[in-house]
Design a protein around this ligand. Structure first.
Ligand code: FES
Length: 154
């Protein structure tokens, strides 16, 4: 485990004392800090919360939100929940895959971008929606997505 991971993990563990329900907030905090939840952190998290490694790993793999690998330099999240699906989210995601050259849930080989599905960004009335580098974008189309990606050099 590198120093940054070690320091972030120590800070997150200190901020989340063992208590029922502590695992999810702890995992969120660690991903916020590092961009992902490193598999090598699982033993320390399990020990800290008095859980088995399998329980911690099970939660990390159940929630698609948690990344086990560092993301690319840019992160594009396309909403696939119901309202967005009814307004063309699947076609938008397919367009993003073709344009970026990586599939959903993956990072492009050059590390420039990670493409992820998400399930509701709170913009249902303005769907389809997506988030690029933590910034929300509503009423998207393939052309608007291309313009956004162009600005990011993607
Ligand atoms: S369903 Fe896509 S933002 Fe809510």
């Amino acid at each position: 485990m590198d120093q940054q991971t070690n320091d972030s993990l120590a800070a997150v563990l200190a901020a989340h004392p063992p208590a029922p329900g502590a695992l999810l907030p702890l995992l969120h905090a660690l991903q916020d800090s590092l961009g992902h939840v490193p598999p090598e952190a699982v033993p320390a998290i399990a020990e800290h919360l008095n859980l088995s490694r399998a329980e911690v790993h099970g939660v990390i793999s159940y929630y698609h939100f948690f990344r086990q690998q560092p993301p690319g330099r840019a992160v594009l999240q396309v909403c696939r929940a119901e309202a967005c699906q009814s307004r063309g989210a699947e076609a938008l995601l397919a367009h993003a895959e073709a344009r970026l050259g990586c599939t959903s849930h993956s990072t492009r080989a050059d590390g420039a971008v990670t493409l992820e599905p998400v399930y509701c960004l709170g913009l249902c009335a303005s769907s389809p929606a997506l988030m690029l580098n933590e910034r929300l974008h509503a009423r998207m189309s393939a052309a608007k997505l291309d313009a956004l990606l162009e600005k990011e050099g993607l």
